[in-house]
Design a protein around this ligand. Structure first.
Ligand SMILES: Nc1ncnc2c1ncn2[C@@H]1O[C@H](COP(=O)(O)OP(=O)(O)O)[C@@H](O)[C@H]1O
Ligand SMILES: [Mg+2]
Length: 232
């Protein structure tokens, strides 16, 4: 019963956040319009005012990108498999998780291989995996912790590494962590890794990890590079 209650809560939360982000969109575009209007006559203001308008527009853009990413993520799961670039998905995932990391004084850095080819996969599902892995890494870190995300290509596979210098995983838990509902957190759901593994396997990939207690953990995701079979 506890699990059902928790799942129901997550569903409600999902709906609430989708509603909330929709509601933020309208006032946000009003803000952008007004700022655009002000910047038209920017020549009449002093440097400080001009800078204030520019910084406000930039902040509006940041919120807007965030809102669009959350909305995209909260859309219903589909079987969509178009051509995507993994680096874009990583950038979106890191963008979504940055505020949570900053709140815990954890830094996230990226080392992305610019030469990754586009590949066919379900963007939203891979984004979900990234958010799960980043969330776990951030939660494993103490203040000042470091999370690194790396992308690379290896012999027909796209690779993602999510590395943290957090608490690590005890040897005795190594098999358990991918099981449904296994968690050692007071407020955990224990679903992040089991869902991530099934998503990655559904996309024809693999997910593994290496960990040293007290030192940190790295998760490795591999996805097969797939080109569009039919050319339109
Ligand atoms: N990066 C990590 N560092 C340390 N422990 C981790 C990490 N990722 C996962 N774990 C362990 O695996 C468990 C299961 O993770 P997950 O399925 O995401 O559930 P939850 O995060 O809700 O606990 C966590 O409770 C934690 O014990
Ligand atoms: Mg988790």
């Amino acid at each position: 019963m506890q699990n059902q209650i928790q799942n129901n809560k997550l569903q409600i939360l999902g709906k609430l956040s989708a509603g909330l982000t929709h509601e933020i969109r309208n006032p946000l575009s009003a803000l952008r319009l007004n700022l655009d209007y002000l910047s038209i006559s920017a020549d009449e203001y002093g440097d400080e005012a001009r800078e204030a308008i520019r910084a406000s527009l930039e902040a509006v853009e940041r919120i807007s990108t965030m809102i669009e990413s959350v909305l995209e993520f909260s859309r219903k799961a589909t079987t969509e498999r178009s051509m995507h670039n993994l680096n874009d998905v990583i950038t979106t995932g890191v963008g979504i998780m940055s505020p949570a990391a900053a709140m815990r004084a954890v830094s996230i850095t990226c080392d992305l291989n610019k030469k990754l080819p586009d590949s066919q996969f379900n963007r939203n599902k891979v984004l979900q995996v990234l958010i799960n892995l980043l969330t776990n890494s951030i939660e494993a870190c103490d203040k000042g912790g470091k999370v690194k995300v790396k992308s690379s290509i290896d012999d027909g596979w796209l690779k993602i590494h999510v590395q943290d210098d957090g608490c690590g995983i005890e040897e005795c838990n190594k098999e358990k962590i991918f099981s449904d509902f296994y968690t050692n957190k007071r407020t955990g759901t224990g679903l992040g890794l089991s869902v991530s593994r099934s998503i990655i396997e559904e996309q024809g990939g693999t997910i593994t990890y290496k960990s040293s207690p007290q030192k940190g953990t790295t998760f490795y995701v591999s996805l097969p590079i797939k080109y569009n079979e039919e050319k339109n």
